[in-house]
Design a protein. Structure first.
Length: 277
């Protein structure tokens, strides 16, 4: 039936063209954003899952920060402990030299001054071995703990402090400036004291090193877990750009054909005029 009031072909062509335009707009949006699910409107279920996973990723970023801070605190303590250990070795050498009965008084005094200077340096190193206000070797704290889980705040790795002050490792303070006077007799006793102190410090270093390794292993795991979560999020919401490119070409062609079909359908009523010629 020919009618000037109702053009069914034109309406059908327009419906298909509108559908094509909507699909084309969606494809262009996905290409521009790189996401097939950018908002909850695109796919509510997938968007919710992705958001939960993004929350986990953000949580593990905080865990990584915690582990990195704690690692820096322990590494600072390790650096101080290594310096203390090195100084104790030199102090032991000085004490052994001062214990030599054939040594003259001035030489022994020079060794004692050097010994005292290194003792004072140890105390200074220990007092300044702080990172972010935390010192694991001066006795000011019992230890440090780092987050390990993005959802369980109580899940932590703890590393205990190792007090390495001179008093703590067995070197008794004899004056306000840690000045020691070494005689052959006191120097001989000091050799044993320094050897014991060296053992204490090295045991502390071993404990701190083990703690640092725990933080490092956990940090590596968190990094791998974060990468896996990000990959999972990408699998859920990222657009396949090769597929979208092909779809764009197809829809653009379909759009052009739809416009031509609508144009042809719109011309159909004009054929009625020929009936009145």
């Amino acid at each position: 039936m020919l009618s000037v009031n109702t053009n069914t072909s034109s309406m059908t062509a327009l419906q298909y063209l509108n559908q094509t335009n909507a699909q084309l707009q969606q494809t262009e949006t996905e290409i521009n954003s790189g996401l097939k699910v950018a908002t909850a409107k695109d796919n509510g279920a997938i968007y919710a899952i992705a958001q939960n996973m993004r929350g986990d990723v953000a949580g593990y970023a905080a865990v990584t920060d915690s582990l990195n801070r704690c690692t820096s605190v322990v590494d600072t303590a390790l650096s101080a402990g290594q310096s203390v250990s090195d100084l104790l070795i030199q102090m032991k050498q000085n004490a052994l030299s001062a214990a030599d009965t054939s040594l003259d008084t001035s030489s022994r005094a020079a060794l004692a001054n050097d010994f005292s200077s290194m003792a004072s340096q140890i105390q200074s190193i220990v007092q300044n071995a702080s990172f972010n206000g935390i010192n694991l070797v001066d006795g000011s704290t019992a230890g440090i703990s780092a987050l390990t889980n993005a959802t369980n705040i109580t899940a932590r790795i703890t590393v205990g402090a190792q007090k390495l002050t001179l008093n703590a490792i067995g070197l008794t303070k004899v004056s306000s400036n840690w000045s020691y006077s070494l005689t052959s007799g006191s120097a001989s006793k000091m050799v044993g004291t320094i050897s014991a102190a060296l053992g204490t410090v090295n045991a502390g270093l071993s404990a701190l090193s083990a703690g640092s390794k725990k933080f490092s292993i956990q940090a590596d795991f968190v990094s791998q877990l974060t990468d896996a979560l990000n990959t999972g999020i990408g699998n859920l919401v990222d657009a396949n750009m090769a597929q979208e490119s092909a779809m764009l070409t197809s829809l653009q062609t379909k759009q052009q054909l739809g416009v031509q079909a609508l144009s042809i359908a719109n011309q159909a009523p004009s054929a009625i005029l020929s009936l009145f010629k």
